[in-house]
Design a protein around this ligand. Structure first.
Ligand code: ATP
Length: 292
């Protein structure tokens, strides 16, 4: 449904995006994550036709964004990084305005606006955009991206600047749209990316450092760390790193064999095993490791 093929972007001599390829099918949420300046917004802007790739091709369904740009754009609901600046319009006026531009029939438009704003739990919909909070404006912008019922959603940091409750609400809303849409989003919130994205791409300096299903990336680049909690007076000769915590000792290893060997040694020396814990890396830990 959305295909990006060997796409690069240069601003003058500066290589902002370097040979990126991916494909997203209907029913999928694909997330692009990366530190500031990694190239996320540049990719989004190329997909929605705001800037041209220096190299490569982008397809929305069967339409090439370069040669069939109007047809391709009709299929996209775009949420830019910044929310709308039509300060004097109310949410309803703003959405009606865009609905008319898209040629949505009047009665259908009213029903659609009502349904979307209800789903998004947007109150004060007759308040002017300039008098709305950031969260409300973001919800209006999301509603706008859905007004012509596009099959492809391209969202640049949908939860940027939102409080945790609104942010979770918006992400949950996006997750519910997933079955009928093809969704691309960028985010700095790795906890949310882990929760709602089927696949992600980690970008750094315009290049892909890892891509694939979230679980696969965590397993491949993260891994498991075990911690053995025990009591033993003399730990001389023990190879693993040991810390003192709450009057106990804790040894760490990513290898369960090492932990088992240590447990046997502790018992042999007359010590006491308290517990073994294991910790699987979350996406944030993997991300930090990869982009450092
Ligand atoms: P952020 O997380 O901060 O939004 P990003 O991953 O979206 O960052 P981009 O906005 O795509 O990153 O920027 C990628 C790089 O390209 C940055 O170094 C940026 O300064 C540069 N860049 C972006 N737009 C332009 C432009 N119009 N002219 C020159 N350089 C640009």
């Amino acid at each position: 449904m959305l295909k990006v093929e060997n796409v690069s972007k240069k601003y003058g001599d500066f290589q902002a995006v370097d040979n990126i390829s991916f494909r997203i099918d209907k029913g999928e949420i694909f997330g692009i994550v990366g530190p500031n300046g990694a190239g996320k917004t540049s990719i989004i802007k190329m997909i929605v036709g705001l800037i041209e790739p220096s190299e490569g091709e982008i397809w929305i369904s069967r339409y090439n964004i370069k040669t069939m740009s109007e047809e391709a754009k009709q299929l996209i609901g775009y949420l830019p990084e910044e929310s709308p600046v039509y300060e004097d319009m109310t949410a309803i006026e703003y959405l009606d305005f865009f609905g008319e531009i898209y040629g949505v029939e009047r009665r259908e438009l009213k029903e659609r606006v009502d349904a979307i704003l209800n789903d998004l739990n947007l109150k004060h919909r007759n308040r002017k955009l300039g008098e709305m909070s950031k969260g409300m404006r973001r919800k209006v912008a999301i509603a706008r991206s859905l007004i012509n019922n596009p099959p492809v959603l391209v969202y640049d940091e949908p939860t940027s600047g939102l409080d945790p409750i609104t942010s979770n609400y918006v992400m949950e809303y996006i997750r519910k749209l997933k079955g009928e849409k093809t969704i691309l989003l960028t985010t700095h919130n790795l906890y949310q990316a882990e929760k709602i994205c089927d696949r992600i791409m980690i970008l750094k300096d315009g290049r892909v450092v890892a891509a694939g299903p979230v679980e696969e990336i965590k397993q491949r680049f993260g891994g498991v760390r075990y911690a053995l909690w025990f009591r033993l007076n003399n730990i001389s000769g023990i190879d693993l790193p040991v810390e003192n915590r709450n009057g106990c000792r804790v040894a760490f290893s990513s290898n369960i064999e090492n932990i088992n060997a240590l447990a046997r040694e502790v018992s042999r020396r007359g010590g006491e095993i308290l517990k073994i814990e294991h910790h699987t890396s979350n996406l944030e830990e993997v991300f930090l490791k990869m982009v450092k």
